[in-house]
Each structure stands twice: as structure tokens, then as C-alpha cells.
Ligand binder design. Structure first.
Ligand code: AQP
Length: 325
């Protein structure tokens, strides 16, 4: 299969991004043609600081590498350096119904969060995402649950294009994990873990052991004392149990048994240890890659060259089918 996925460099990559998306990438790259982008053009649709963005782009590349994305197997590149993404997005905008964009949940949520920053880029975000995916004619897109609606729109746009201009694109499916597709905030377990939220609400993959322990120990839990998975009655504990389960490779039932008659605090201490140990290689590799910025830039340059070859071929085909050249 051809696979495309990306993350916006809009802050610190967290456990949700990792468990919902990046972890899948590592398995998928073994047997598929994978393209993983640092989607910086998406990051500028919400408030940002240009100096920070530059750092976040590099840090996101380092996360990909530290998590195990292999540049010999997968293409890793920065979206804005391949201009065909913007061009294809514009071309798709001309066949995307406005109504479809207005009803997107992410647009509504981000507009509410950033009332002074409701720009048309934010509205058109899913069209750019469609261009990202279809430029590489991807069969599948590994993402967290929050992106499913955008993937539906991608399929709609692919279908529309094919009907109007002739068979060109496949309708890509989303690869959404059964567990981990929606990791919740540590401070408000009814909300998704998000990098643009308060730092206490997420665990960054590069947090220090002290930071991780502090965040987990102060994570919102529920009334009652039992460590039991119950998403409606105990959303806080259930979210922590999901994280425990995914990082320790044990089922939630096995973990519940370990904590029968034990307190929330004992459970959280143990979870903090699991998370600290799991993320230890990430912290180590981050230090290694941060000291080798030129090497990371070289990987991004090579990725760009490989991505360009595919992107230019698709753009030529689209231009020609649309009567532009
Ligand atoms: N909480 C989550 N649980 C599981 N998967 C998640 N993803 C995001 N949050 C969770 C998945 O991570 C990938 C990258 O997402 P993104 O950064 O491109 O955009 P996002 O979905 O908007 O992520 P954030 O963390 O909420 O960022 P901000 O706050 O900047 O908007 C996607 O596959 C996403 O599904």
C-alpha cells in the first residue's frame, strides 16, 4: 500500500499523537511505501510564532526519527518545501463545496478556541490535507479518530475529481486503531489530548521523568476508589488505564487485577514509571539527533527530492486533465 500521514508542528508532540498515529507508522513502513510529512502549512492556520515554528519543524523531524521512522524506508519531508501541495490544494478548492467545509468539527472547535484568528486557511485546512494525501495517491492514511471526518472529505473530493476530469485518484481509507485512537487530556478527560492545550494536559514525548511523574500524579481522576475501566463513570481512570495498557502491552483487565484494593495514587505512581521507562529511548535519541542538526536537515532534503518526483508527476497529470497545460 501507499501510505501518507503527517503531523502539524504546532507544539510539542504528545503521547496522543504517538499512540494514535506515529506508532502505526513504524509498523506500516516495514511493508509499505510510506510518506511522512511535517505539515507546517497546516500549523500556520492557528496562532503561532514564526521563530518557534522553525524550531518545531526541526523538533518534529527529530520526533519522527527518534520514534523509529526510518529514512531509508520512508520519505520524511517538510510540506511547504514541496510547493505542489499548495497548488493541488488550490485546484481542489475549486471543486470543494463550501457547505462541506463549514460543517467540519475541527474548524468549528478551532474557531471557538481562536476567535480572533478565524482565517480562510483554517476553513480550507481539510482541502490542503486532501492535497497532501492525493498528491502521493495514497491508499491509506494512519490517523487518530479526530481526523476521520477530514478523510471522509478526502474521499468525496477524490470522487468528485474523478467524475469531473476522469479516473485519477483512489479513495484512500483511514487506518484508525481500536485502542489509542483518542487519548484524552490529563486535566480534562472529556477533551482530546492536544498540543495546543495547557502543558499539564499532555505528556510530551520529550518530557523529563520529573515532569512526567508530576503530570500523571496530578492528572484528574474520578470519584470512587477503584481502578476500573468505565469510560462513562470513570473517564479519567479509563484514559490512564488505556495509556498504561498500550505502553506496557498488558490488557486493561490485567492491569485492573494488579491494582485491586490499591489506591489511585499507587496506580498513578506505577503508570508514571511505565511512561518514564517507555519514553527513555525517545529522550536519549532526541539528545543524539539534536546534536546532529545538519544530519537531520540532510534527511529532510533527501526526503524533499524523493517527494518532489512523485508530487510533480501527479500535478502534471492533474493540470493536464483540468485543461491547464
Ligand atoms: N489525543 C489524541 N489521541 C490520538 N491521536 C491523536 N492525534 C492527535 N491528537 C490525538 C493524531 O495525531 C496526528 C497528528 O495530529 P496533528 O498534530 O496534525 O493535528 P491534531 O489532530 O489537531 O493534533 P493536536 O495534538 O490536537 O494538535 P493541535 O492542538 O495543534 O491541534 C493525527 O493523526 C491525529 O489524528
Amino acid at each position: 500500500m501507499k501510505i501518507f500521514s503527517g503531523i502539524r508542528p504546532s507544539g510539542q508532540i504528545h503521547l496522543g499523537n504517538y499512540l494514535g498515529a506515529i506508532k502505526q507508522w513504524i509498523d506500516l513502513q516495514k511493508e509499505n511505501e510510506c510518506v511522512f510529512s511535517i505539515v507546517d502549512l497546516h500549523a500556520i492556520t492557528t496562532p503561532y510564532d514564526p521563530k518557534e515554528l522553525k524550531k518545531d519543524i526541526l523538533n518534529t523531524a527529530i520526533i519522527y526519527l527518534a520514534a523509529g521512522v526510518d529514512p531509508d524506508k520512508s520519505i520524511i519531508f517538510v510540506q511547504s518545501r514541496v510547493q505542489e501541495h499548495s497548488e493541488l490544494a488550490w485546484l481542489f478548492e475549486t471543486i470543494t463545496p463550501m457547505g462541506e467545509l463549514n460543517r467540519m468539527t475541527q474548524f468549528k472547535e478551532k474557531s471557538k478556541e481562536n476567535k480572533d484568528y478565524i482565517n480562510s486557511g483554517l476553513l480550507n485546512y481539510p482541502v490542503l490535507m486532501t492535497a497532501d494525501i492525493l498528491l502521493y495517491k495514497a491508499d491509506a492514511v494512519p490517523v487518530g479518530k479526530d481526523q476521520e471526518q477530514h478523510l471522509e472529505l478526502t474521499r468525496t473530493i477524490a470522487k468528485k475529481f474523478n467524475q469531473k476530469f476522469g479516473d485519477t485518484f483512489k479513495e484512500p481509507k483511514s487506518l484508525i486503531l481500536k485502542e489509542g485512537a483518542k487519548i484524552m487530556s490529563l486535566t480534562d478527560p472529556k477533551r482530546k489530548m492536544s498540543k495546543s492545550d495547557d502543558k499539564k494536559s499532555y505528556i510530551s514525548l520529550f518530557d523529563s521523568p520529573e515532569e512526567i511523574t508530576k503530570k500523571i500524579m496530578s492528572a484528574t481522576t474520578d470519584s470512587g476508589k477503584e481502578v476500573k475501566y468505565n469510560i462513562t463513570k470513570k473517564p479519567g481512570i479509563s484514559n490512564l488505564l488505556t495509556i498504561y495498557s498500550l505502553l506496557s502491552n498488558q490488557t486493561t483487565q490485567e492491569i485492573e487485577k494488579m491494582f485491586v484494593k490499591k489506591s489511585y495514587s499507587e496506580f498513578k505512581k506505577s503508570l508514571a514509571e511505565v511512561v518514564v521507562n517507555y519514553l527513555e529511548p525517545f529522550r536519549r535519541k532526541q539528545k543524539e539527533f539534536s546534536a546532529r542538526e545538519i544530519y537531520v536537515e540532510e534527511i529532510l532534503n533527501q526526503g524533499k527530492s524523493k517527494a518532489l518526483v512523485i508530487a510533480q508527476e501527479t500535478i502534471q497529470e492533474v493540470r493536464s486533465k483540468m485543461g491547464l497545460s
